[in-house]
Write a protein that binds this ligand. Structure first.
Ligand code: UDP
Length: 386
C-alpha cells in the first residue's frame, strides 16, 4: 500500500525531504504552502521591469564544505562559480569585509604584514575575557574595541534590535576574521549561485508524479490532517500549537526597492555599519548573475524590525525566554504521533541553506529507515539545544 504523506511548507527543507521520500518509497506526497510560490525565503524571480533575477527575501549565496551536499544541488542544476565579496560603509568610508588584512590596514592606516596585524590586534583585544559569553565579548576578545565599534556594534543593534551583550557569541562566529587579503565572505570551499535561480532549482526537487503542490494553502487545524500516514511540518513550531505558551521571538526585514540605470553600487552587497543609518544593507541583484547583461539595475535597501503576527519570520532571536518557550513546545511535539518538525522555523534555529539541506537529507534517511523497520520516526532532526 502506498504511503500518503503531507509536507507543510514548500521551502528548502520540505522540498528536499519530499524529493528523497519520492525517490525511495512507494508514496504520494502533498505539499502545502501558504504563499503563492515555492522556495520559502530562498525564492527568486525575474523582475518584470528589468529582467534581473531577484532574491525576493534578501541575499542567498549557496556555500558548503560538504561535497555530498554540493553534488546533490548540482545534480539538479548548474551552479555558476560565485564568491560573495561584501563591502562595509562605516563613518563615510568603504572597507573590505569580513575583517581581513585589507580592512585592518585601511582602518588603522597601516601596511601590516599578517604577523604584524595579528600582534597589533592581540594588543587591541580584551584579554580579560577568557570564555566569551555573548556577541560583544566575542568581538572584544578577537578584534578589539575599535573594529567592533566600526563594523559590528551599530549594525548588530539595528539588525537585532537589542544590545549585542544580549546576543549569543555564535552569531558573530558566523563571520571569519582573517589576517590575509582573502575577502571571500564565506569560509566554505564550495560556493555558487544556481544559474536559473533558487526557485527553479527547488522546482526540480519536486518534479515527480508522486508529488502534488498546493500553493496559497494555509494549514489551519489538525482535522485537515486526517487520511495522511505522516505529516512533516516545516512552519514555525509555536504556530502549530496556536501560540499556546506565547510567541517565539523573531526579527523580520523589509525592503525598499530602488531602480537605477547602469551599476549603482559596483558590488552585490554593501553593509551600512553606523547606528544612525536606518538600513542595514543594500543588495544590487544584477551582480549575483554577473554572466548576464543588464543595462538597468534593481536594488533592495534592507531594514530590520521586530516581527508582528502579520510579518514573515526571518531570524530566530533565541533569547533566554525564547529557549524556555521552545523547550515547552518541543516537549508537546514529542508527544504527538505521526508528525515531524523540520527546518529553520520548526526547529527555531538560525540556519544557512546548506545546513537545511544537509539536515533534510539526513532526516529523510532516518525516516525511511524507521518506517522500513517499523520503528517510530524521530520527531525532530536535532536534539534540544543543537
Ligand atoms: N554583522 C555586523 N556587521 C556586518 C555584518 C554582520 O555586525 O557588517 C553581524 C550582525 O549581528 C549579523 C551577524 O553579524 O546579524 C551575522 O552576519 P551575516 O552577514 O552572516 O548575516 P545574514 O546574511 O545571515 O543576515
Amino acid at each position: 500500500m502506498a504511503y500518503k504523506f503531507l509536507v507543510i511548507g514548500a521551502g528548502l527543507s520540505g522540498t528536499v525531504l519530499a524529493n528523497r521520500l519520492a525517490a525511495n518509497l512507494d508514496c504520494t506526497i502533498d505539499i502545502w504552502d501558504e504563499r503563492n510560490h515555492i522556495g520559502g525565503n530562498c525564492h527568486t524571480a525575474r523582475d518584470e521591469k528589468t529582467g534581473i533575477m531577484v532574491h525576493q527575501y534578501g541575499p542567498h549565496i549557496f556555500n558548503t564544505d560538504k561535497k555530498e551536499i554540493w553534488d546533490f544541488v548540482n545534480s539538479f542544476m548548474e551552479f555558476k562559480p560565485y564568491v560573495h565579496r561584501v563591502k562595509a560603509m562605516s563613518n563615510g568610508k568603504v572597507y573590505s569585509l569580513p575583517v581581513n588584512l585589507h580592512t585592518i590596514n585601511q582602518f588603522f592606516n597601516k601596511a601590516f604584514t599578517p604577523n604584524e596585524a595579528k600582534a597589533f590586534l592581540a594588543e587591541q583585544a580584551d584579554n580579560s575575557i577568557t570564555e566569551p559569553k555573548n556577541f560583544e565579548e566575542q568581538a572584544l576578545k578577537f578584534i578589539g574595541k575599535d573594529l567592533y565599534k566600526a563594523f559590528f556594534y551599530g549594525y548588530t543593534k539595528k539588525q537585532w534590535g537589542c544590545e549585542p551583550t544580549e546576543l549569543p557569541a555564535s552569531i558573530l562566529k558566523r563571520i571569519p576574521v582573517r589576517f590575509n587579503y582573502d575577502d571571500n565572505y564565506h569560509n566554505n570551499i564550495y560556493t555558487g549561485i544556481p544559474v536559473d535561480g533558487y526557485s527553479a532549482l527547488i522546482e526540480k526537487f519536486v518534479e515527480s508524479d508522486k508529488i502534488n503542490i498546493l500553493l496559497k494553502k494555509k494549514f489551519s487545524n489538525e482535522k485537515e490532517l486526517e487520511g495522511y500516514d505522516h505529516v512533516f511540518y516545516t512552519g514555525p513550531i509555536d504556530a502549530w500549537f496556536q501560540f499556546k505558551y506565547g510567541r517565539l521571538g523573531y526579527r523580520t526585514v523589509t525592503f525598499e526597492t530602488i531602480y537605477e540605470q547602469g551599476d549603482k553600487q559596483g558590488v552585490t552587497q554593501m553593509n551600512y555599519c553606523d547606528a544612525n543609518t536606518p538600513h542595514t544593507r543594500i543588495t544590487e541583484h544584477k551582480h549575483f548573475t554577473y554572466w548576464e547583461q543588464h543595462n538597468s539595475s534593481i536594488l533592495f535597501k534592507e531594514f530590520s524590525k521586530e516581527t508582528t503576527p502579520d510579518d514573515i519570520p526571518y531570524y530566530p532571536k533565541r533569547l533566554q525566554q525564547d529557549k524556555e518557550l521552545l523547550m515547552q513546545y518541543r516537549k508537546d511535539a514529542e508527544n504527538l504521533a505521526g508528525v515531524s518538525f523540520l527546518g529553520r522555523l520548526a526547529t527555531y534555529r538560525y540556519m544557512d541553506m546548506h545546513h537545511v539541506i544537509g539536515e533534510a537529507l539526513n532526516y529523510a534517511e532516518n525516516f525511511i529507515k524507521a518506517i522500513n523497520t517499523g520503528a517510530k520516526p524521530p520527531v525532530f532532526p536535532n536534539t534540544e539545544m543543537s
